[in-house]
Design a binder for this molecule. Structure first.
Ligand code: PHE
Length: 339
C-alpha cells in the first residue's frame, strides 16, 4: 500500500503542475479531494492495514493529503487575486481631485481686519452676546426714548432678576466693559456677532458681525482717528483708495462721522450699488462723548478718545463683489469655493 501511496504522491506532483486556471483547479478537486476522490479511498483502506504498518502509512497519507490540499488552496487564492486586481484597479482612470476646504469669506475678512489693527497696536477684546440695557444703551448715552430701544430694532429677551436683557445690537457694549474695568490708556478692537430686529434682504441680515475700536488716552485727537481709519481702509481696499468723512450722529460720540469710499462697481461715476452717489459708506466713528467717559468713571477733562465701528459682512461684499449678503450665510459650496 505504501507503494501505491508513493505513486499517488507522484501523480499529485504532476497534476499540481497543471493548476493554472479555474477548470484545472476544479478537475483537481474532483479527482483527489472529494469523498470519492483518490485520497479518501486510501483513508477508507486504512482500516484493513495491519497494526504495525498503520503509523507509517497514516503519516505518509497525511503528508500526501496536506500537500494536495495546500496546492489546491494556493492555486485557487492566486486565481481569485488575479480576478480582483484586474477588476478594481484601472490604472488608466484619471485620478480623483482632492478638494481642500478654505476659511469662510467672513472669517477671511475678520482675520485680515484683526491683523491690520494688531499691526497698529490694538488689543482684541470680547464680551457676551447677551447684554443688559446699561451696557448696550444706557451707559452709551442713549436717551430713554431713543428709537433703538424699541422692540422693532432690538431683540429683547425675558427679564432675569428684574433686569432687562437683550441681544447686543453692536459691540459698543464691549467698549463699556473695557472702560469700566480698566484704566486708560485703552486701545482695543472688539470683533463679534451682533443682532438687529431687521427684515432679511439682499443688503441686511438680522445677525451679523462687527468690529468696533476704541482708543482712550491723554490728548487723543480726531486727526489720529482719521489717520488710523485711512491706514486701515488702504490695507483692506487698496492703496489707491479715495475716501471722505461725512458728519453724522451717534449718541456715544461727539463729533461723529461716517467714512465713505469710492464705489467699487462704478469707480465713482454713480450706479445702482452706490445709489448714484459714487460713494459707499463703510463705517461710523467719532470722539467718545464726555458723558460716556463720565459714565464709566473716566475724567473727560483728563482723557479723550475715539471710537469706530463697521460691519464685517459689508466689507466682505465690497471686497469680493458678492452682491447679495444672504449668500454669505447659505453655505452653498459653489459660492464658497470661489474664495
Ligand atoms: N456702534 C455703531 C453701530 O453699530 C458704530 C459706531 C461705533 C459708531 C463707534 C461710532 C463709534 O452702528
Amino acid at each position: 500500500m505504501i507503494q501505491e501511496l508513493l505513486a499517488l504522491s507522484e501523480q499529485l506532483d504532476t497534476d499540481i503542475q497543471t493548476l493554472n486556471d479555474e477548470q484545472s483547479i476544479e478537475a483537481f478537486r474532483l479527482k483527489h479531494l472529494v469523498k470519492k476522490g483518490t485520497l479518501q479511498t486510501f483513508v477508507d483502506r486504512l482500516r484493513d492495514v495491519p497494526k504495525e504498518e498503520k503509523p507509517i502509512i497514516g503519516k505518509t497519507l497525511n503528508e500526501v493529503r496536506r500537500k494536495a490540499e495546500q496546492a489546491w488552496t494556493e492555486a485557487k487564492d492566486s486565481i481569485e487575486n488575479q480576478k480582483n486586481t484586474t477588476a478594481s484597479i484601472d490604472v488608466t482612470l484619471p485620478s480623483r481631485r482632492q478638494r481642500r476646504g478654505t476659511t469662510h469669506p467672513i472669517t477671511q475678512t475678520l482675520d485680515k481686519a484683526i491683523a491690520v489693527f494688531k499691526k497698529l497696536g490694538f488689543d482684541i477684546a470680547e464680551g457676551p452676546d447677551i447684554e443688559n440695557d446699561a451696557h448696550n444703551f444706557g451707559l452709551l448715552n442713549f436717551a430713554d426714548d431713543h428709537p433703538a430701544r424699541d422692540m422693532q430694532d432690538t431683540f429683547f429677551l425675558d427679564e432675569k432678576h428684574g433686569e432687562k436683557l437683550l441681544l447686543r445690537t453692536h459691540t459698543s457694549s464691549v467698549q463699556i466693559r473695557l472702560m469700566t474695568s480698566q484704566k486708560p490708556p485703552i486701545r482695543a478692537i472688539m470683533p463679534g456677532r451682533v443682532y438687529r430686529n431687521e427684515a432679511v434682504s439682499a443688503r441686511s441680515l438680522a445677525e451679523f458681525h462687527q468690529v468696533e475700536g476704541l482708543y482712550i488716552d491723554k490728548n487723543v485727537t480726531f486727526a489720529q482717528l482719521k489717520g488710523t481709519l485711512v491706514a486701515f481702509a488702504k490695507e483692506m481696499y487698496g492703496k489707491d483708495l479715495k475716501y471722505r468723512f461725512r458728519p453724522s450722529y451717534f449718541p456715544f460720540t461727539e463729533p461723529s462721522a461716517e467714512m465713505d469710499i469710492t464705489c467699487y462697481l462704478c469707480g465713482g461715476k454713480g450706479c445702482r450699488v452706490c445709489k448714484y452717489t459714487g460713494w459707499l459708506e463703510i463705517l461710523g466713528c467719532g470722539m467718545v462723548h464726555p458723558n460716556v467717559l463720565r459714565n464709566c468713571g473716566i475724567d473727560p477733562d483728563e482723557y479723550s478718545g475715539y471710537a469706530f465701528g463697521f460691519g464685517i459682512e459689508r466689507v466682505t461684499l465690497l471686497t469680493t463683489g458678492i452682491d447679495d449678503i444672504r449668500y454669505l450665510y447659505e453655505n452653498d459650496v459653489r459660492v464658497l469655493r470661489q474664495f
